[in-house]
Ligand binder design. Structure first.
Ligand SMILES: *Cc1c(COP(=O)(O)O)cnc(C)c1O
Length: 488
């Protein structure tokens, strides 16, 4: 698999790069992204021969088809990270919640959010490339929730990689904060920042562009890398679970091989949905991918009307914060795939210059061949969570956005897989609320829900409350730069 650029080549960067380069230096010409030049086909034989394969085996054979420049031993060890899941043979269980609706639970990993699915193996691969090349990397993350814990967890104790993680003090849930401040590893640095998430993110941005910081990096021979969700090293692992979940339906005799399904994907930066799109292109019979959002419904507008417009919007805080996103970066890869580099560059430049872009009606038709979309308000999500809780299935608010799409967007009553991206324990106060409780602190909410719904709290979450706090420093945003340069 070789990688080309979504906005074309500027004549300075290499026009075609191998996987390793696309993940170590993820920024392509003109601010674009790397995309695979060709995708392998998943044929019927692949499906039949993996009906009973453990996840890791299917993943290994899939990566083999992709033919990336990572040696097989490294891939094997990277995939062993799925041994950290509740059931290593079946890390992504499929739960039936309706006759024709199944939940693919992507959250059974170490930090109880779906970010682990990709970050776990990706972290190992990045670390081993750094070691092999004798290069040192620093990963900078500003987080309001799920990405911070998953990034720390995957890179802890990786030689040659340091992680600096900034979170807004008071701006995350208790569970998310504890997941970061109790994470132990000599290469991890976690700071609370006085201010909100925007302050934290802006402070990080100005640090990344500061002369002092970059001069220090250069002098110390440290490279800056990004483990963010546009890195193809994450995307490649997000294709696999879509294939696995389809195969699981066949294995469990819920559908016959070859029959089409709908997928419903709660989306923010569109990495999960892009993985589904690539799985479809590779041959998995997916009728359509239904994209769901919260009130930050920029993706709904794009897919329903062909208009991506940031001018008329402000970010709204919702009960599904991991989807509180307006700039959904991975959409660019779909635009490239459908309309080519010239048009993608034009659309993305229009977005920067004017705050919006508009697809032509034939372009919109092309997009809608593969996608449809809807969004749910917080009230709609809470109502869905309540309905399913009484039927015995507890879902988190991100997953809850899927139900409306499942009920309203399907043109045919085909079997449907919805993706659950977080365990309810990460958003327990809202779960407690829909179950009639009132809890401000996560610890009260967790115990309320677990009693009321007779639902155990996963060990990983329970342990957090008795682990020692390792990272205690809260800094003001003006001190971030000096503090991080001192670390180097
Ligand atoms: C990151 C995240 C999402 C959004 O996934 P994208 O791949 O960015 O679209 C949805 N739900 C949860 C819980 C997440 O952490």
């Amino acid at each position: 698999m070789e990688f080309i650029e979504t906005r074309g080549n500027d004549g300075v960067k290499t026009a075609k790069v191998p996987f390793s380069k696309a993940i170590l230096e993820p920024s392509a010409s003109f601010g674009g992204l790397y995309v695979p030049q060709e995708l392998p086909k998943i044929d019927d034989q692949f499906i039949q021969s993996h009906l009973y394969s453990p996840y890791k085996e299917l993943a290994f054979d899939f990566l083999n088809l992709c033919d990336i420049d990572i040696d097989p031993d490294t891939l094997t060890v990277a995939l062993n990270r799925y041994d950290l899941y509740d059931d290593p043979l079946n890390p992504v269980p499929l739960e039936q919640i309706e006759d024709d609706c199944f939940v693919s639970e992507l959250y059974h990993g170490p930090t109880r959010a779906f970010k682990d699915m990709a970050l776990q193996p990706f972290g190992y691969i990045l670390g081993s490339l750094a070691k092999e090349r004798d290069e040192r990397y620093i990963i900078m993350a500003a987080t309001s929730g799920d990405t911070g814990p998953a990034t720390l967890e995957t890179f802890k104790n990786q030689e040659n990689v340091k992680v600096v993680c900034l979170y807004p003090d008071g701006g995350t849930s208790d569970v998310q904060r504890l997941q970061m401040v109790t994470e132990d590893g000599a290469n991890l640095h976690v700071f609370g920042v006085k201010g909100d998430f925007d302050d934290t993110q802006n402070a990080l941005k100005s640090l990344l562009s500061s002369k002092d910081f970059n001069a220090t990096l250069e002098a110390k021979n440290v490279k800056l890398s990004a483990a963010n969700s546009v890195n193809f090293g994450r995307i490649i692992f997000q294709i696999i679970y879509h294939i696995y979940s389809y195969i699981a339906l066949i294995r469990d005799k819920k559908i016959e091989a070859g029959k089409p399904v709908y997928l419903v994907v709660p989306s923010g930066n569109f990495g999960n949905a892009l993985g589904a799109y690539y799985a479809k292109k590779m041959g998995i019979p997916i009728k359509k991918i239904l994209i769901t959002s919260n009130q930050n419904n920029v993706l709904t507008d794009l897919i329903q009307n062909g208009e991506y417009d940031l001018n008329s919007r402000e970010l709204v805080k919702t009960i599904s914060p991991a989807m509180d996103i307006l700039k959904s970066s991975n959409v660019e890869r779909v635009l490239f795939d459908k309309f080519g580099a010239t048009r993608t560059k034009e659309l993305m430049e229009h977005l920067v210059a004017h705050g919006f872009y508009r697809l032509s009606s034939s372009e919109l038709d092309a997009l809608r061949e593969d996608f449809d979309a809807s969004f749910s308000t917080d009230e709609e999500c809470e109502s869905v969570m309540g309905i399913y809780a009484t039927k015995g299935y507890i879902m988190d608010p991100h997953t809850a956005t899927c139900i409306k799409a499942y009920e309203q967007l399907r043109e045919e009553k085909l079997k449907t897989i919805i993706y659950s991206t977080a365990e309810w324990t990460k958003f327990s106060p809202v779960v407690a609320k829909v179950l009639g409780g009132q809890a401000k602190e996560d610890i009260e909410a967790l115990s309320y829900v677990s009693k009321k719904a007779s639902h155990p709290i996963s060990t990983k979450i329970q342990e957090l409350f008795s682990k020692p706090i390792i990272h205690k420093e809260i800094i003001s945003k003006d001190d971030i730069q000096a503090r991080i340069i001192a670390l180097l």
